[in-house]
Design a protein around this ligand. Sequence first.
Ligand SMILES: C=CC1=C(C)c2cc3[nH]c(cc4nc(cc5[nH]c(cc1n2)c(C)c5CCC(=O)O)C(CCC(=O)O)=C4C)c(C)c3C=C
Ligand SMILES: [Fe+2]
Ligand SMILES: [Fe+2]
Length: 366
Amino acid sequence: MNYRGSPAFTHQQADKLGVLVTNLGTPDAPTKAALKPYLKEFLSDPRVVEVPRLLWSLILNGVILRIRPKRSAEAYETVWTERGSPLLYHTQDQAAAIDKQLKQQFGDKVVVDFAMRYGQPSISDRIDRMLQAGVRKLLVLPLYPQYSASTVASTFDAVAKDFSKRRWLPEFRFITHYHDFEPFIAAAAERIERHWATHGRADKLIFSYHGVPLRYLKNGDPYHCECYKTSRLLAQKLGLSDSEYLTTFQSRFGREEWLQPYTDETMKSLPAKGVKSVQVFCPGFSADCLETIEEIGEENKEYFIENGGERYEYISALNAEPQHIDALVQLIQNHLSGWTVATDQSEALAVRQAQADKVSNQQLPY
Ligand SMILES: C=CC1=C(C)c2cc3[nH]c(cc4nc(cc5[nH]c(cc1n2)c(C)c5CCC(=O)O)C(CCC(=O)O)=C4C)c(C)c3C=C
Ligand SMILES: [Fe+2]
Ligand SMILES: [Fe+2]
């Protein structure tokens, strides 16, 4: 095995601190041709679809990749912008805003970048770029507030896979979740309150999270509990009673049972129960994407209105809003603790210290 080295290695290159924020990833274009490789990479990940490989390979290649790319491309087409996929540009904006704040604290000793678990820019490419820039301490923050093996552990796998091919590893830290981090809850609550200030309130506030198969919860994945905890903390912060909000799960895929209650079934049934207006917020999505803009903003609105609902509002994700960035920066700072970056002053101090060490060593009897 020829491990990947650092050809540009130079002695005394200043150590840098790297912060890599990641998200799921998105196709390069809203076309069938672009969707096929994206979905293949995504749905081949054993962390995402926990089904025996041989059986899954037959289903994926024989059925899903023949049907889904066209259908998904049509959906992506409706959310595509001049800047491309919303997930991509929001993540880019988040990284740029985090970089700006951390630069104020650490100057050019810190390098902030973003990467995607599937598609481009890949985790491996961006780790490579950071290490080439002199990063010796690397913090990775997957932008998923709630832990799930299908997202967070999968991101860890991609980092570990890259590391397994490298000669010189950086010091490494990895944030697994922040579903109950107070500044994050406060930023989300503020987002909802801002919506209320212009639109007033509705009969119910719905917290809709991306679902996972129920089997994953039964096998020990804490995702379901973390979603409910985020909802509870948000409701507390907003002063909502239990009857004023609901937690639901969206984006079901395949035939097996997923976490319930399902968002779409809920929207279809609420009007008959006397709930005529709803506002929907997605606390598990740090950025707006296909699943929020199209599925929550459009599809579920239709279900609600078709079944007798009168008012339906989607409250957009936190994206690169200042309160969100402040919360993420605080989260990052907490996880950087102890990893002080050498400033010019402390470098000078270290040199003086080394000289002092030399003197005292000479006094030792061996
Ligand atoms: C097949 C199983 C899937 C699991 C399990 C799953 C978990 C999961 N996903 C997100 C966040 C996102 N998913 C997005 C899109 C998306 N998700 C699946 C399937 C599973 N997700 C598919 C097939 C797709 C692609 C779109 C489609 O064809 O319907 C996205 C949006 C990406 C974008 O480009 O906008 C996000 C974000 C979480 C948080 C999660 C588990 C907790
Ligand atoms: Fe998903
Ligand atoms: Fe639970």
